[in-house]
Ligand binder design. Structure first.
Ligand code: C2E
Ligand code: CA
Ligand code: CA
Ligand code: CA
Length: 277
């Protein structure tokens, strides 16, 4: 299959990843990227709707490819997953974001950082110890780190991922369920899992001002999170009306292009300095 991909690849397999000829080369390049400084992290702020302050950021991985330019995770995450590179990728992203957080804290900026984990990361029993080492190395309190996991972590090996989650939680790290509302059996595990935050999938935000049903789902999920003692983040907020509705309903946090796009650390800091306090 030859077509022009969204992010510049020219040859694609039917599943949307680069086809075999390109694939080996890209894989080699991805290994190099992991060994060098080509993997970058962009930050998107999380807004506290009660205070209007930015209380945290989400770290989103980017690949500064020497020839192809800036690549987005949809292009290389599937390849990294298949090649068994997700542990290294997660550690890179954690290292980078905790290092940035250390610098921000030294400047008096008290933010939390949220890092995305993949299904295979949650199957990795060595992960909690590595997270602990990184927190120690950068002097970041565990409570300032949020780990975002999607509902499908529980589809592969629920016992093992629950063990990893429990170990992370014992460190004091906070856990968030990403893309909430799109997976399966969400209510069953909400009862059992040690989770601090629900992050409602952006498909609910995109039409909550025009679609009564989407609005009802957002409001009742808010109530549910409150009753369970969890906080709720709505992601994908793209306009002022959506933000206003969420604020009126008592939603805790919001993220989205209307507030700010993900951007490199220096641009994020410049944006933050411009915000009214
Ligand atoms: P996600 O965790 O659900 O991240 C949110 C995605 O939505 C990001 O795309 C972000 O740029 C985008 N976004 C933010 N605000 C808006 C908005 O208002 N409207 C719309 N339409 N989109 C918005 P991105 O950065 O391309 O990341 C895509 C996915 O890749 C992430 O989805 C996450 O699942 C995964 N990912 C990103 N970084 C990492 C990482 O370091 N490790 C792992 N395992 N996965 C990652
Ligand atoms: Ca996320
Ligand atoms: Ca999400
Ligand atoms: Ca609330």
């Amino acid at each position: 299959v030859a077509k022009r991909g969204k992010h510049g690849f020219e040859i694609w397999a039917p599943d949307g990843t680069p086809a075999s000829r390109d694939r080996l080369e890209t894989l080699e390049q991805l290994r190099t990227a992991l060994d060098t400084d080509q993997l970058d992290v962009h930050y998107q702020p999380k807004l506290d709707l009660r205070t209007g302050c930015v209380t945290g950021v989400e770290a989103l991985v980017r690949w500064n490819h020497p020839e192809r330019g800036l690549l987005y995770p949809d292009v290389f995450l599937p390849l990294a997953e298949q090649a068994g590179l997700m542990r290294r990728l997660a550690l890179r992203v954690l290292e980078r974001s905790l290092r940035d957080l250390q610098a921000w804290r030294a400047d008096g900026l008290d933010l939390s950082v949220a890092v995305n984990l993949s299904v295979s990361n949650l199957q990795d029993v060595a992960l909690p110890e590595q997270v602990e080492m990184l927190l120690d190395a950068f002097g970041v309190p565990a409570g300032s780190l949020v780990l975002e996991i999607t509902e499908d972590v529980l589809m592969s090996d629920a016992a093992r991922s629950q063990q990893v989650m429990a170990a992370l939680r014992r460190l004091g790290v906070r856990l968030s369920i990403d893309d909430y509302g799109t997976g399966y059996s969400s209510l069953a595990y909400l009862r059992a899992l040690p989770v601090d935050e629900l992050k409602l999938d952006r498909s609910f935000a995109s039409n909550l001002t025009s679609d009564e049903r989407a609005a009802a789902i957002v409001r009742s999920t808010l109530q549910l999170s409150e009753d369970l003692g969890m906080s709720m983040v709505v992601e994908g907020v793209e306009d002022a009306a959506t933000l206003a509705a969420l604020r009126a309903w008592g939603c805790d946090y919001a993220q989205g292009y209307h507030i700010a796009r993900p951007q490199p650390a220096d641009r994020f800091l410049a944006w933050l300095a411009d915000q009214p306090t």
